[in-house]
Write a protein that binds this ligand. Structure first.
Ligand SMILES: Cc1cc2nc3c(=O)[nH]c(=O)nc-3n(C[C@H](O)[C@H](O)[C@H](O)COP(=O)(O)OP(=O)(O)OC[C@H]3O[C@@H](n4cnc5c(N)ncnc54)[C@H](O)[C@@H]3O)c2cc1C
Ligand SMILES: *[C@@H]1O[C@H](CO)[C@@H](O)[C@H](O)[C@H]1NC(C)=O
Ligand SMILES: *[C@@H]1O[C@H](CO)[C@@H](O)[C@H](O)[C@H]1NC(C)=O
Ligand SMILES: *[C@@H]1O[C@H](CO)[C@@H](O)[C@H](O)[C@H]1NC(C)=O
Ligand SMILES: *[C@@H]1O[C@H](CO)[C@@H](O)[C@H](O)[C@H]1NC(C)=O
Ligand SMILES: *[C@@H]1O[C@H](CO)[C@@H](O)[C@H](O)[C@H]1NC(C)=O
Ligand SMILES: CC(=O)N[C@H]1CO[C@H](CO)[C@@H](O)[C@@H]1O
Length: 504
């Protein structure tokens, strides 16, 4: 049996009984969520369970990154301090049949993924411990930790987890969705470096999953499969030796372009994804169409790093250096400095809390067929057509080189393991104008038309509105996709995931 029914005693038996007695019978206009919240506040106290009016409740209810996710009103919010609190919360939720949502760092761009109306929100903002164990060469991370906190906190030890590229994002949601890092070309996806995961299953059972133990299926499912399989209360991951503040072992930074240079940047990006075999080269390439005080401008930006010398950098990225740029900010960098580059080169929406609604859609493309350019042109046409409804329109490429796929396989693979061959994830983002919280029908139709255009560029036979097409066989990136895209169905491990899901 995949998940043995053996229930570990976790010191909550007394609380468990209370739950069963606490459910007041009948004659009461209560909802499952209200019942769960009532029981939980009795069990955990008002500092760990709050409802509307509580200071922590209000900060949390409106504290998610995407404006979409700042609008819901959870019935109550649980702020667990340790895994026992999560066990208790999940048992209570399970028995009362309440709806619930979980928040790590709060950066999901999917509406409703880290908040809930009429349900219980479990907010990990009070579980932010992390530590480095030099003997095991591992890092232990609690689910409320933001990347900047762990990068800064472990810098003096010269280590970091494989995490994301921006400080304000949570480790938790990022890693469960796969996790793309500046370290990924040489070290794999963030989830490739999981060693063990403490997981509270939906019935409240606490288990530890590893690659080889009896929960190995759950372990693989959590590598990319996201939040459906249980709540992770602790991550133990490999420590990567990235160096301290004094170790400026990388060379690079950002280059910004405007107008006509953008087409050349897109071509150079596709050429690099096609030909690069060097795991020390790192690139993120993006385009934006935005309103600068009434003037609409197309800009491009590349973030480029090389783990090595300036001369090596200049050789690998020569094409980008040859394109006329408006701003170039390159030099020797420590790893920690690299994780601050995107913050300084991009607009405020990358911070802890966005003032606008962000809509993300994703795709995955093979290089060498002109698909980058075609998708870019379609996106640019979309952006200019909808300039009155979109404040900033965004197009971004993250390459996945063969080295990353090899490392991933060597670490046991993930739930989305792609076929061999370099490809790139494509992220399309629309930042709606200030105060706009609904996508208008005309814009929705425009987004759907854009997605349809990608059907023809990738010649995919699968044509339906809710699936942004991709090069055949490639998985979408969960963390950069729209919720209507049915991302998990694009995974090689989809059947296995369904099986695992049935058993948890
Ligand atoms: C500005 C910006 C920059 C980004 N940069 C990168 C990047 O460089 N690389 C990259 O890979 N991605 C990046 N992302 C995408 C990022 O991976 C996702 O937004 C991710 O969901 C953020 O995780 P979180 O913990 O902050 O979010 P949350 O919204 O808190 O969580 C996301 C999802 O994970 C679930 N979840 C969270 N914690 C747990 C848990 N402990 N157990 C079970 N489920 C849980 C939540 O329920 C939710 O569904 C970026 C996003 C933004 C907005
Ligand atoms: C109704 O349910 C709420 C929440 O579960 C509880 O606080 C209240 O005491 C109940 N009232 C009665 C009359 O049972
Ligand atoms: C969690 O904290 C409570 C006290 O708040 C304590 O009784 C319990 O033992 C702790 N559980 C764990 C796993 O540390
Ligand atoms: C950077 O390159 C050096 C030398 O090639 C290598 O030892 C080190 O592991 C690399 N660092 C990372 C984080 O990949
Ligand atoms: C563009 O910006 C200008 C000035 O900031 C503003 O007046 C105008 O309404 C904006 N246009 C759109 C379509 O957002
Ligand atoms: C450009 O976008 C508009 C609006 O979505 C659409 O009607 C038109 O067909 C597009 N043109 C091209 C060439 O893609
Ligand atoms: C946009 C986004 O946040 N997508 C996903 C990132 O990964 C988490 C964890 O699995 C998902 O739950 C998010 O929906």
């Amino acid at each position: 049996m995949l998940f043995p029914s053996r229930t570990r005693f976790i010191g909550v038996a007394a609380g468990y009984l209370l739950i069963c007695l606490g459910v007041s019978a009948g004659h009461n206009h209560t909802t499952p969520a209200k019942t769960a919240c009532h029981t939980l506040s009795t069990l955990l106290g008002t500092d760990r369970v709050q409802s509307a009016g509580g200071a922590q409740y209000e900060a949390s209810a409106t504290g998610a990154w995407d404006l979409y996710n700042q609008l819901d009103k959870p019935t109550c919010i649980v702020f667990p301090r340790n895994s026992s609190d999560v066990v208790l919360a999940m048992r209570t939720i399970f028995h009362s049949d309440a709806h619930y949502a979980v928040r790590g760092g709060g950066h999901s761009a999917m509406p409703g993924w880290n908040t809930i109306d009429n349900g219980v929100l479990i907010d990990f903002s009070q579980m932010k411990a992390f530590s480095y164990d030099p003997i095991c060469n591992s890092i232990s991370i609690e689910p409320g930790v933001l990347l900047g906190e762990v990068y800064d906190g472990l810098q003096s030890h010269g280590v970091a987890p494989v995490g994301g590229r921006l400080d304000a994002v949570g480790f938790s949601g990022l890693a469960l969705g796969g996790g793309l890092s500046f370290l990924s070309p040489s070290q794999g996806w963030a989830c490739d470096r999981f060693r063990s995961l403490d997981v509270v299953l939906t019935n409240g059972q606490l288990v530890t999953a590893t690659r080889t133990n009896e929960y190995s299926d759950l372990f693989t499912a959590l590598k990319g499969g996201g939040s459906r399989f249980g709540i992770v209360t602790r991550y133990e991951v490999d420590a990567i030796h990235v160096g301290t503040a004094a170790d400026k072992t990388y060379w690079g930074g950002s280059i910004d372009y405007v107008g006509p240079s953008s087409a050349a940047v897109v071509k150079a990006t596709e050429a690099l994804v096609y030909s690069n075999k060097d795991p020390n080269a790192v690139i993120v390439s993006s385009g934006s169409y935005s309103n600068f005080s009434g003037t609409f401008i197309t800009t491009s930006s590349v973030t480029l790093f090389y783990n090595g010398t300036e001369a090596q950098f200049k050789q690998v990225f020569a094409d980008f250096l040859a394109i006329p740029a408006v701003a170039t900010n390159l030099g020797p960098l420590s790893y920690n400095q690299m994780t601050k580059v995107l913050i300084s080169s991009q607009s405020p929406q990358v911070g802890p809390r966005a003032t606008n609604v962000n809509v993300y859609g994703g795709s995955a493309l093979y290089p060498g067929q002109g698909l980058f350019e075609k998708s870019y042109n379609n996106w640019l046409n979309f952006s200019t057509s909808f300039k009155d409804e979109v404040f900033v329109s965004f197009w971004g490429i993250t390459p996945v080189f063969q080295s990353q796929i090899d490392i991933s396989r060597a670490h046991g693979g993930t739930s989305f393991t792609p076929p061999n061959g370099a490809f790139a994830y494509l992220l399309i983002g629309e930042l709606l104008p200030l105060g706009v919280t609904k996508i208008r029908k005309s814009l929705r139709a425009g987004i759907d038309r854009l997605y349809r255009q990608w059907v023809s560029i990738t010649r995919s036979p699968l044509f339906h509105l809710t699936s942004i097409p991709r090069s055949p066989g490639l998985p979408l990136y969960l963390n950069e996709s729209e919720d209507v895209q049915n991302v998990l169905t694009t995974y090689s491990g989809y059947e296995q995931l369904k099986e695992t899901y049935r058993e948890v």
